[in-house]
Design a protein around this ligand. Sequence first.
Ligand SMILES: [Zn+2]
Length: 658
Amino acid sequence: MMSTPLEQLVSRSREIGEDPSLVVYGGGNTSAKGVLVDHLGREQRVMWVKGSGADMRGSTASDYPALRLDDLRPLLARDDMSDEEMTDLVARALLDPGARRPSIETLLHAFLPYTHIDHVHADAICALTNHAEGPRIVAEALGEGFAYVDWMRPGFTLSKVVAELGDRDGVVLAHHGLITWGESTEVCAEHTRATVARAAAYLDALPMRVEAPARVPDMPDDEIERLLLHLRGAMSRTGRRVLHIDDRLRAVADRPDIADVVAGGVSSADHMLRIKPRSVIVASAASAAEDVDGYAAEYSAYVERNSEAMPEGFGMHDPMPRVALVPGLGAITTGATLRDAEVAADIAMRTHEVAATVADRIGAPEPLSDRETFRFDYWPMELYKLTLRPPAPDLAGYIAIVTGAASGIGRGIAVELAARGASLVLADLDGEGLEEAAERLRERGGAAPVLVAGDQSDEGVVEETVRRAVRDFGGLDGAVINAGIGVTGTLEELTLAQWDSAQRINLTSGFLLTRAAMRVLREQGSGGSLVYVASKNAFGPGAGFGAYSVSKAGMVQLMRIAALEGGGAGIRANAINPDAVFDNSRLWDDGLREERAAAHGIAPGELEDFYASRNILKRRVTTADVAATAAFLLSDASSRTTGAVIPVDGGVAGAFPR
Ligand SMILES: [Zn+2]
């Protein structure tokens, strides 16, 4: 059976979407025209066009809403039309009013008579146009048959301009991309492919204007870590973010003319939605804060001088860079999650490689004018795409370590923090349990955590845990010091080894992580929060549970010292005193349940109810209760609280903090 135009469109678009040299992350759009029988059985001439912000890669039929051509074509007679009116009129042509919003370039597709149309933001095409000699180079590369259209923001006027060029071989849009077409999907696809290949071959055949640059020496590891911390610290003035190192941009970052490449701006205008109009160049850890401040000041000045073009109801975006190019390293990109930062790196790679190709083969890369950059940067039609994303959760961009995360309270805290958008390093002795915890996070929609399997009372393991937060996410905001074991026995019974292991695993591990985390937080310079999961036993000890109770009392004192010493650097420290948390906690395995039951003169199975009956509120305490308190203490909601102990024990008068 012959496939329908819509099926052909989806399959052709998916193929385009697979090639990042043609489109990335929702860029470009495609269309097909045909006949559809509507809900009342009438035949309608329609056009299917990609939805605004839809990614061609992996797209499905629902990403291509159908519009009545008879409602779109007459609009060609208009002289003028605002974006708002255009959006409204296009929406009225939808066959299904509930369909996703069609591309801002819908009229461009509707006004051209062809059955199949591709519009891609191909790198090779952008390299032909993003400099002073665009028209000449396009004609040389693709022949006189192709039309060259100087930069014009998409919308009604551009659609009318392109409608006049339907008799040409195709249309090149400066600083934007390519429009090609065909009567069949095969002809259209081949036309797109061949045109981009011709542009690439033309560029390859041009002689290199500059010598291949010498490689800048690799940045040493400790310098990279300092650089990440200083960058993140400087950027944290406007919010938290994850930083990601991408070495694919190393060759670009090492170029002696890197400033010229960056000055070329973005290759296709829509890249600025994700990576801003410019990247910043950062030379070293020592200069990072100054480089970022300089960038933010320049961005603010650009918004200020274009303020009369600011659309109503909008304000300045975050002035911090999304992409930093670092000689000797590559790029450091930012985002609310590692995934966002990786997307920014993918886009930055296209943008800067196009500018580098222009510099190598043609001449100085040129950006859009300041005003046109601003008009695109603050274009409500483009910003609409961002509104399609769910709102950022309250811990987006927050980086935290959770120890003892393989089970029990630690795992519960990790799940809670991940659900709130935090990027996590999870540590535990139990590597298999960590994998399970990571799986639980993914099930709940959290980002993939970094896992560190090892003994948190080992200095080297703790240093590595903190280092991974810096290397993998760019810094640190908080740590939940939770790893611990239960050790029972009266003082007369306890062996030295039992006593030592309780202190080492419950308390010394807390000291080691406090030390390592505080050093990093101080270097980063944007404060932080340390949360100690102590115990009701710290204030209300139990006979026969001495080694444990002493270690937890020590932990509360450790927290107080951390609060005193860290306060000047904005580092907060607080403790949680839970009691009798049973759900999925391994603390009660290995005989502890039986021993505590015996100590209270009850059967082991009665222990949960016994503890619940003992507290003031008569309620069982769960990991979720402790996790919610940990999230509160890590977050800015508790920004004025340090040195505090919060009981999560249902109320035990003998263990009230004092
Ligand atoms: Zn476009």
